[in-house]
Write a protein that binds this ligand. Sequence first.
Ligand SMILES: [Zn+2]
Length: 114
Amino acid sequence: MHEISVLHKAVDLAEQTAADNGITRISYITLEIGELSGYLPVFFEKYFPVVTENRPVFDGCELRMVMARGEGLCRECGAMYNIMANEGKCPKCGSRYKKILGGQQFLLKEIGYE
Ligand SMILES: [Zn+2]
């Protein structure tokens, strides 16, 4: 269960950024979660109220999440494909030999405020 610790870091970063910029209330934060990161959005939803508890800057703050696709480039035939949807195998030639182009990230993408 690594979600709670990375969420903690993202919330700390948002709080620090708000403090640095004189923002007193954050209306939403957006997390970007790679499909291949292994993190499950359902846990972020569950832990967000816990992690932001007793932190007034997050009063009424909405948690938004965008998923980043896990893209692979086949090293055998050059096809680009979605790794999750194809279970890691190139849909064209069946090879598992690939370069991963994205989808492993976890980041705080945006902080919204009024
Ligand atoms: Zn291929």
